[in-house]
Design a protein around this ligand. Structure first.
Ligand code: TAP
Length: 450
């Protein structure tokens, strides 16, 4: 098998080579998964629950190791990487209850007894991007395994190392061979083969809207269901009655977290005109305080971008843009980029396209209706925040914004116990929360004549 090299984005130097799988390797992995899934689904529910708890414990014991590996794999600051590895263990723990709780219904009918079963699909293909290599994978593999499926996971070529380690931890924890496999390689070969393979019964894809549309078309041709978690251009909407100090202090974390390489990044900052100037005054010191530096340093808020090519793309958004102010960034090797705050017009490229970098566009709005209109002036609909001290306004605006994940006086989007996913071009379906395992099963109805 040929190989590709993984690069540390904070130094630009090679870390190690990883196998580049071909179509035949994918087919072999799927064949192993088919066999493993039959045995797994036939296990007693309590045995599957126990196996998932062991996997969770194994991940929990390896949090520091996974976090240190993620620092090099993706350039995430160590504090964030620890949270991410711990979150994987929490997601596994949460869904380990499902094997014993996924129950069907008994439906009253004439002439017999009618019951429904949640049957596993079989093999699930999970295709993930490079921005959160561990957590996004876990959102799919944990509920998929809990529902009785096998999983073949394809990490992004840029960041495969922590996914590979999770696959090893699964085996070390005692999960059956072949039940959870990680196949590394390119999207156009490994990803596409998973989409087309007749024994892969469902796809969970997280990535760009552009590739997501092709994946959805491939799944339609193969008649298989697909969950899509795609791009975003989310809004932070700041009203004049908000706690402005608190809102301004939260902005850097809401858009520069993970160097802006976050599908939920609030990359449009909408500020009511009456407090616009004051808010920008408060924002500047908050941005200056945002610490960009080596991801291994405990004090770092933001590491490098993922690659030199991606840094060029992000930089192109500042060409001709009205940059109000920028934060700082280290010089030298590594794909560094200083956070930027841009004064934008609604039609500007910087305000319309997903940048996936530490760039925020600031736009004024007049009143509540105008704020909602501007927030919805995008093809995307993933996340958003509303800053106000008026409860009625918070209710009206959150109901008026077309996005799947909203928060009030906060920029948090992800909790393992609550549903996550996008509207419009941000995706189809939901992950996380109490119902996720149901999305990995199909209903079977059985009628018993009496
Ligand atoms: P993409 O380029 O779309 O890649 C995502 C994954 O799909 C990678 O593993 C990629 O493989 C694979 N892929 C590429 N072409 C494929 C094909 N033809 N068939 C099947 N798989 C294929 O996205 P990215 O640049 O890695 O990630 C950034 C995007 O992800 C942003 O738009 C971001 O908003 C979105 N995102 C969304 C969410 C949620 S939850 N909504 C979360 C994180 C990221 P290779 O790259 O290895 O070739």
């Amino acid at each position: 098998m040929s190989a590709f090299t993984v690069i540390d984005p904070s130094t630009g130097t090679p870390i190690r080579d990883v196998p580049r799988a071909g179509m035949e390797d994918v087919d072999a992995a799927v064949a192993r998964a088919v066999v493993a899934q039959r045995t797994w689904a036939a296990l007693a529910p309590v045995a599957r629950a126990d196996a998932l708890r062991s996997f969770a414990r194994r991940v929990e014991a390896a949090v520091e190791e996974l976090a240190q590996l993620e620092v090099r794999n993706s350039g995430h600051p160590i504090s964030a990487a620890r949270w991410e590895a711990g979150h994987v263990a929490q997601v596994l723990n949460y869904y380990s209850a499902d094997p014993e709780r996924l129950s069907g219904r008994q439906i009253p009918v004439a002439g017999g007894l009618d019951v429904t079963f949640h049957e596993a699909y079989g093999v699930i293909g999970v295709i993930v991007p490079w921005n959160f290599p561990m957590t996004i994978a876990a959102w799919a593999f944990a509920p998929a395994l809990a529902a009785g499926n096998a999983v073949v996971l394809k990490p992004a070529e840029l960041t495969p190392l922590t996914a590979i380690r999770l696959g090893e931890l699964a085996r070390e924890s005692g999960l059956p061979d072949g039940l959870f496999q990680v196949v590394t390689g390119s999207g156009s070969v490994v990803g596409q083969r998973l989409v087309e393979h007749p024994d892969v019964r469902k796809i969970v894809f997280t990535g760009s809207t552009e590739v997501g549309v092709d994946v959805a078309a491939g799944c339609a041709r193969a008649l298989k269901p697909v969950t899509l978690e795609l791009g975003g251009k989310s809004a932070n909407i700041v009203f004049e009655d908000a706690d402005l100090e608190k809102a301004a202090a939260a902005v850097p974390g809401s858009v520069f977290d993970n160097a802006g390489q976050d599908c939920c990044a609030r990359s449009r900052l909408l500020v009511q005109r009456s407090v616009y100037d004051r808010f920008l005054e408060l924002l500047e010191p908050a941005v200056q305080k945002w610490r960009v530096g080596h991801p291994g340093d405990e004090a770092t808020d933001m590491g490098p971008l993922i690659s030199a090519g991606h840094r060029d793309t992000v930089a192109s958004f500042l060409d001709g843009a009205n940059v109000a102010f920028r934060g700082s960034a280290p010089s030298g090797d590594g794909f560094w980029f200083a956070p930027a705050v841009v004064i934008a017009q609604p039609g500007d490229r910087v305000a319309r396209e997903e940048i996936f970098g530490p760039v925020v566009s600031v736009l004024p709005f007049e009143d509540e209706a105008d704020g909602i209109r501007l927030a919805n002036d995008t093809v995307y609909g993933l996340a958003g925040s509303v800053w106000t001290e008026n409860l009625g306004r918070a209710v009206r605006v959150t109901r008026g914004v077309d996005a799947g994940v909203l928060s009030v006086n906060s920029h948090s989007s992800v909790r393992y116990a609550t549903p996550f996913g996008g509207m419009k071009a941000s995706g189809l379906g939901r992950e996380l929360g109490p119902d996720a395992a149901e999305h990995f099963t199909q209903t079977k109805n059985v009628f018993f004549a009496t």
